[in-house]
Design a protein around this ligand. Structure first.
Ligand SMILES: *Cc1c(COP(=O)(O)O)cnc(C)c1O
Length: 397
């Protein structure tokens, strides 16, 4: 009898008890708005910002309503204006080109490599086309950040990092989000800390930090922040920044603080699961696992592999056969966008020149979530199922 997996690919762990207790306390006193504090009280949102800045080594941090909001705020704060071109990844999630569109920008897509990172040769070739790069560490794959920063520094390009999938990760000992001018994170349910919706933004630049706080809707109460620059910096910007409300509330911040305290442990747990999938799928004929460089501290909260140069129907068969055994794979080559999966060709509001080398990779990507509710044994079982089904279809090709 063939094995079947019965777990849920969308079920995350419960909020830690400490987070539940802290949330109840906020609900009991009722001061959910981040600026609603009693004399001498520090808000949960301000404390979360202080702790996240300390965890990443950044000078400043701002908590906001979503990851997408963090990115649009970062783009505004670095000066992207209507009609400006913004370089970004062809392989990313819809909120990334969406954030560029939200500020009236025009995405210029940069290709993807077989390692699922941004194609640095393509980036170098397009460096003259924009003064900002919105770099998405899509699915947690971190490119050679030293080379990327050298290309961008030489071309005078400001880098904004989308770290939705690399919170807790890093490159060569530097936390992800600390190479560029701004790092943006999501605390939406499917990311590395879960507050339903939410986002964080970090920077070392005091002007960017002050602009971001004002943009997020601080009602001139910016002195209630703990991880923000001094009032003299706000003086330079307070008459020039529109209020585009997108603050984080104290309830979400209360839930997140205990999760930040255990983030390192969670990263290790994700990577134990990732290792079981990787071991189980290595050397499967026809299947290409993604190389992970030694300098990359990744977070294995999702797993990708490639079926390079396979026909569409064969890939569809693999997806269907795995689904029949309880293993949910997402295919980035599908002609229609499905759930969270879409690619640059689907974003018709942001037309792009074709990227044939990237199309070959995108068509080959199979993707799955690895929630921490999966055990290591679950991951070994999932790998056995994929290996068997890829093997069966591959043999018949
Ligand atoms: C989730 C996600 C975002 C945006 O986060 P939201 O909190 O959903 O707005 C941005 N980029 C990537 C790659 C994501 O996965």
């Amino acid at each position: 009898m063939s094995e079947h997996f019965t777990g849920s690919f969308t079920q995350q762990e419960a909020i830690p008890d400490e987070g539940i207790a802290a949330a109840l306390e906020v609900l009991r006193h009722g001061r959910l708005h981040r600026y609603n504090v009693t004399a001498g009280e520090l808000s949960q949102a301000a404390l979360l910002e202080q702790e996240f800045a300390a965890a990443t080594g950044a000078r400043f941090c701002l908590a906001v309503s979503s990851g997408g909001y963090a990115i649009t705020t970062a783009l505004r704060a670095v000066g992207v204006a209507h009609g400006d071109a913004v370089l970004t990844n062809a392989f990313t999630l819809a909120p990334v080109p969406g954030a560029i569109a939200a500020v009236g920008g025009r995405p210029v897509f940069v290709g993807v490599t077989e390692d699922l990172t941004i194609d640095l040769d393509d980036l170098a070739a397009k460096a003259g086309q924009a003064r900002v790069l919105l770099l998405s560490h899509m699915r947690g794959h971190i490119c050679d950040m030293d080379r990327l920063m050298a290309i961008c520094d030489a071309a005078g390009i400001v880098v904004v990092e989308d770290c939705a999938h690399t919170m807790g990760g890093g490159w060569d000992g530097v936390a992800s989000g600390r190479h560029g001018a701004v790092g943006c994170y999501s605390t939406q349910t499917y990311k590395h800390m879960n507050s339903g919706e939410g986002g964080l933004l970090i920077t070392d630049d005091e002007d960017i930090a002050a602009r971001a706080v004002l943009l997020s809707g601080s009602y001139m109460l910016y002195e209630r922040h703990l991880a923000a620059p001094g009032p003299e910096v706000f003086e330079r910007h307070k008459y020039h920044m529109p209020n585009i409300s997108g603050r984080m509330d104290n309830l979400r911040a209360a839930i997140l603080r205990p999760q930040l305290a255990i983030l390192e442990t969670q990263v290790d747990r994700w990577n134990e699961r990732y290792a079981r999938l990787d071991e189980g799928l290595r050397d499967t004929p026809g299947l290409h696992v993604i190389a992970r460089p030694g300098a990359e501290r990744f977070v294995g909260s999702s797993f990708q592999f490639l079926l390079l140069d396979w026909g569409d129907d064969d890939i569809r068969q693999v997806v269907a056969r795995c689904a029949a055994r309880g293993v949910e794979l997402k295919w980035f080559g599908a002609p229609e966008p499905a759930a969270f999966t879409s690619t640059y060709g689907h974003w018709k509001y942001a037309p792009s020149d074709p990227l044939p080398e990237s199309d070959r990779i995108l068509r080959a990507i199979l993707d799955m979530r690895v929630p921490l509710t999966f055990s290591e044994e679950d991951c070994a079982l999932i790998a056995r199922i994929i290996r068997a089904e890829v093997g069966a279809v591959h043999q018949a090709r």
